[in-house]
Design a protein around this ligand. Sequence first.
Ligand code: SAM
Ligand code: DTB
Ligand code: SF4
Length: 342
Amino acid sequence: MPVITERKSIQSISVPASWHDATDSAAASPLLAIDAIEALFNLPFADLIHQAQTVHRANHDANKVQLSTLLSIKTGGCSEDCGYCPQAARYHTEVESEEMLDLATVVATAKLAKENGASRFCMGAAWRGPKQRDLDPVLDMVREVKALGLETCCTLGMLKDGQAEQLKNAGLDYYNHNLDTAPEFYGEVITTRDYQDRLDTLDRVRGAGVNVCSGGIVGMGESQRERAGLIAQLANMNPQPQSVPINYLVQVEGTPLHDKLGGEKAIDWTDFVRTIAVARITMPASFVRLSAGRQEMNEATQAMCFLAGANSIFYGEKLLTTGNPDVTRDKALFAKLGITSL
Ligand code: SAM
Ligand code: DTB
Ligand code: SF4
């Protein structure tokens, strides 16, 4: 299996035509694309990690990791039915619907994140998508967080025409919108929107000149081929997403995926590390983020993820509604590994 370092060696699949140049669409062969990516998953573990480290070192400082801190600015009560999510109103979880946070609280939390060493602050809302009256206060948050000297990121759900431009004008650097899984598995996890809705929002984000942060979740009961299908979707974007979060499903009681999987891990840690490695190889310049699920992971698995090319984490005691390792624990892990933050 040759080292894949150029995106042209991976052919296009069903993504909007605007994401491809003429050569790509002329040579498109969806099955081959996913086959090539699946072949990476099937490499012996050491060969895969070696290839991922090689690509990583050619494109990044191998001992630097970027730190993003998350804040849920609007928690719970969401109208969608994402099977993994504790914030969906229809599931009986411990998450209650709350009002949107006020500007002062958001700015104070962002200041603290900066003092702790984060370089990016990501504001998340449990919406299908923002209405204009929702977006207006978020624009103020983006302006003020940006003024603190932090990179700004938002994840607010699907955007309508013009909304990405408003966010861009307020100073938004990144928009997080995950494809979550392969198109074939999407309908098993979410029924209140479809894959094309996600692709359309990503197109709007890119069109407004906002950096794209898009990734997925593993451990939802998907097959290895479906993990390859997710990576194919992401890697075939043109340009590739600047940031690629790879989440390990956090199984929350009351969600359909917890009911289905019963709290048992759906994949082995080696398969999670493989997903990081394949993301790194196929998206050489992207920041690959070791995202949700770190609290359930031991230090050795996290270290393997860094070795496989992860170079970003969510940093701070909380993700949106679930836990994340303490800052002190992360600082100790980085010290052991000789990692410093970007
Ligand atoms: N509501 C917006 C949306 O869905 O796009 C933004 C917030 S939503 C919580 C952001 C992302 O968090 C989801 O796309 C999903 O990838 C991730 N996520 C949510 N619950 C998760 C869980 N239990 N485990 C892992 N990732 C999760
Ligand atoms: C992403 O890919 N993961 C983050 C962020 N983008 C918004 C969210 C993880 C959420 C985990 C479950 C929770 O804390 O509610
Ligand atoms: Fe709502 Fe986002 Fe959770 Fe889906 S992932 S239920 S859209 S908050």
